[in-house]
Design a protein around this ligand. Structure first.
Ligand code: PLP
Length: 368
C-alpha cells in the first residue's frame, strides 16, 4: 500500500497528485437520496461495494438503512468482513476448490450468500460447506438478457433451485436477476422497455418456483440506472445499486426521472506542461480508467481531455490558452468510477477545501 497523498486538515492545494478525491457533501447527499427514493417501495437496499471497495463506505450505507452489501469477488468480501461488514451477497460465481474453501471458511465469520448457475458447482459448494459445518445460502443467478452469467429463466432456474434446496449444507436463498447492459442505455424509454421485459421473465420464474413449493425469499437485481423500475415492480425485494455513491461521466449521460445523484468522485490532477494550444496534466490512463470514455474536466467544459498516455493526460486549450498554467490543479470526473477506484490505495475526503479524512481502499486489487 502506498503512503497517503495528503495529510488530514491540510488544504486541497497541498494534496499530491494524481489523487482520488471524495467530495463528502456530495457523497452524503447521494447516500441520503438513494434511501429517500426507496421510501414507500417494498424493497431493501443491498448496495454494491464493487464501486468503492471500502468497508468505511459500506458501513455508512448500512448505518443509513442498507440491509447489507454486494461484492463481486471473494477477495472483496474477505476485505469487507475484515473491515467489520456482517452481511454480504457475492453477486457472482465462486468456482475452483481453493476459493470454495475460502468461501466456506468466510461464512463462519459473517453472513455470506453466493450466486450459482451450475449443477457441478452446487455439488462442490455443498461439499465444502459440509466440511466447514456451515449451511451456505445460495441464490440462482438468472440470465434476463445481459448474457453474462446465469441460467435461463423458467424451468432451468427451477431445476437449479430444487437442487440447492435438496442439498444438506446449502439453503435456497432466492434468485439474482441483474441486467448490467440496461443500466447504461441513455434514453429512458428504451431503458424502461428492456427492464420491463426482464421483469416479466422474473415474475414468471418466481411464480413457477412458488407453484413448486419454492418461495424466493430474495429477488435481487437492479443498478443505479434502473433500480427504481425494479423497486416498483412488486417482484424484486432487493436492489443492488452501486455507482450512485460516486457517479461518473458515463452515468451522467444516463437520463431519467429518478433522483439526481451528483459527481462525488474526482481525480485531482496538476498541469505539468504547457505549450501552444495544449496542456498536459499528470493524470493519464493509470489515474483514470478509459473503458467508458475520457474523463471530463469539472466545471471547465471548454477544456476537453483529448487522450491519455500512462502518466500524461492531454488537454486542449482552444479558446483562451492563457487560462491554465503549470502547477494549476484540476478535478477530473472519471469516465467509469469502479475501475478508477481500483487504481488507488486511498480516498482523500474533502469538505470545504480541506482534507477531512483519508479512507483506505482496502479491497483494491482484491480481484480473486
Ligand atoms: C455492477 C453491478 C451492480 C451495480 O451496478 P451500478 O450500475 O454500479 O449501480 C449490481 N449488481 C451486479 C450483479 C453488478 O455486477
Amino acid at each position: 500500500m502506498s503512503l497517503p497523498p495528503a495529510r488530514i486538515a491540510s488544504p486541497i492545494a497541498d494534496v499530491e497528485t494524481p489523487a482520488l478525491l471524495v467530495d463528502l457533501d456530495a457523497y452524503e447527499r447521494n447516500l441520503d437520496r438513494m434511501v429517500d427514493s426507496l421510501k414507500g417501495h417494498p424493497v431493501r437496499l443491498r448496495a454494491h461495494a464493487k464501486t468503492h471497495k471500502c468497508p468505511i463506505i459500506a458501513s455508512h450505507q448500512v448505518s443509513r438503512g442498507a440491509v447489507g452489501i454486494c461484492c463481486q469477488t471473494l477477495g472483496e468480501a474477505e476485505a469487507m468482513v475484515f473491515g467489520g461488514v456482517r452481511n454480504i451477497l457475492i453477486t457472482n460465481q465462486v468456482v475452483s476448490a481453493g476459493k470454495i474453501r475460502r468461501l466456506a471458511a468466510l461464512s463462519k465469520q459473517a453472513d455470506i450468500m453466493v450466486c450459482a448457475d451450475d449443477e457441478a458447482n452446487l455439488r462442490d459448494l455443498d461439499a465444502a460447506a459440509d466440511v466447514f459445518g456451515v449451511r451456505l445460502p445460495v441464490l440462482v443467478e438468472v440470465n434476463i438478457g445481459q448474457n453474462r452469467c446465469g441460467v435461463e429463466p423458467g424451468a432451468p432456474t427451477l431445476a437449479l433451485a430444487r437442487s440447492i434446496a435438496a442439498r444438506r449444507s446449502l439453503r435456497f436463498a432466492g434468485i439474482q436477476a441483474y441486467h448490467g447492459k440496461a443500466q447504461h442505455i441513455y434514453e429512458p424509454g428504451q431503458r424502461a422497455k428492456v427492464v420491463d421485459g426482464a421483469v416479466s421473465l422474473v415474475r414468471q420464474t418466481v411464480d413457477l418456483l412458488r407453484a413448486h413449493g419454492l418461495e424466493c425469499e430474495r429477488v435481487s437485481g437492479g443498478g443505479t440506472g434502473t433500480y427504481l423500475i425494479e423497486a416498483a415492480s412488486g417482484v424484486y425485494n432487493e436492489v443492488q445499486a452501486g455507482s450512485y455513491v460516486f457517479m461518473d461521466a458515463d452515468y451522467q449521460r444516463v437520463r431519467g426521472e429518478g433522483p439526481t445523484f451528483e459527481n462525488a468522485l474526482f481525480v485531482l490532477t496538476t498541469v505539468i506542461s504547457r505549450s501552444g494550444g495544449r496542456a498536459v496534466c499528470d493524470a493519464g490512463l493509470k489515474a483514470s480508467s478509459l473503458d467508458s470514455g475520457m474523463p471530463v474536466v469539472q466545471n471547465r467544459p471548454e477544456i476537453p481531455y483529448l487522450s491519455a498516455a500512462d502518466e500524461h493526460g492531454m488537454l486542449q486549450l482552444d479558446g483562451d490558452p492563457g487560462s491554465l498554467c503549470v502547477g494549476d490543479q484540476l478535478r477530473l470526473i472519471p469516465g467509469h468510477c469502479d475501475p478508477t477506484v481500483n487504481l488507488y490505495d486511498w480516498y482523500v475526503c474533502i469538505r470545504g477545501g480541506i482534507v477531512e479524512a483519508l479512507w483506505p481502499i482496502s479491497a483494491r486489487g482484491a480481484n480473486s
